[in-house]
Design a protein around this ligand. Structure first.
Ligand SMILES: [Zn+2]
Length: 114
C-alpha cells in the first residue's frame, strides 16, 4: 500500500499487487525493488503491506507471525468474509501476536469522490 505520510497520519493512495514467491509470504527482492521504484516515481512511500483473510479473522497465523518479525513495513490485515462488514487491523513488525493501537480510517478515494 502506497501513500503519503503527514506527521503521525498516513493517507493511502494506491495498492500495488505483489507477485509472491512460492508458498506464501516471501516477497522476492526484485518485487520489492519494482514497488520502491513505482512509489518513488509517484512521490509516494510504501506505507504498509496488505493482505486479506477470507475467514474474516484478524488474528495472525503462524506464517503471518513468522514473516511479520522480518518485515520492514507494518501490515494491514483485512478480514473479508462475504456478507459481513470489512474489518481491519494494523500490526507493526514489533507487534507480533497483538494488534497495534494505530487507527485506520476508510474514506472514498479520489476516483470515487464527486
Ligand atoms: Zn494473514
Amino acid at each position: 500500500m502506497l501513500g503519503v505520510r503527514r506527521g503521525r497520519e498516513a493517507m493511502a493512495a494506491e495498492v500495488v499487487p505483489l507477485a509472491g514467491g512460492p508458498g506464501g509470504f516471501e516477497i522476492p527482492d526484485h518485487e520489492v525493488h519494482r514497488v520502491r521504484a513505482w512509489a518513488e516515481n509517484r512521490d509516494l512511500d510504501i506505507l504498509a503491506l496488505f493482505h486479506s483473510h477470507p475467514s474474516g479473522s484478524l488474528g495472525l497465523s503462524a506464517a503471518d507471525r513468522a514473516a511479520l518479525v522480518h518485515s520492514q513495513w507494518p501490515w494491514l490485515v483485512v478480514g473479508h468474509r462475504p456478507g459481513r462488514a470489512l474489518k481491519l487491523a494494523l500490526y507493526g513488525p514489533g507487534d507480533v501476536g497483538r494488534r497495534s493501537p494505530a487507527s485506520v480510517r476508510l474514506s472514498p478515494g479520489r476516483d470515487h469522490a464527486n
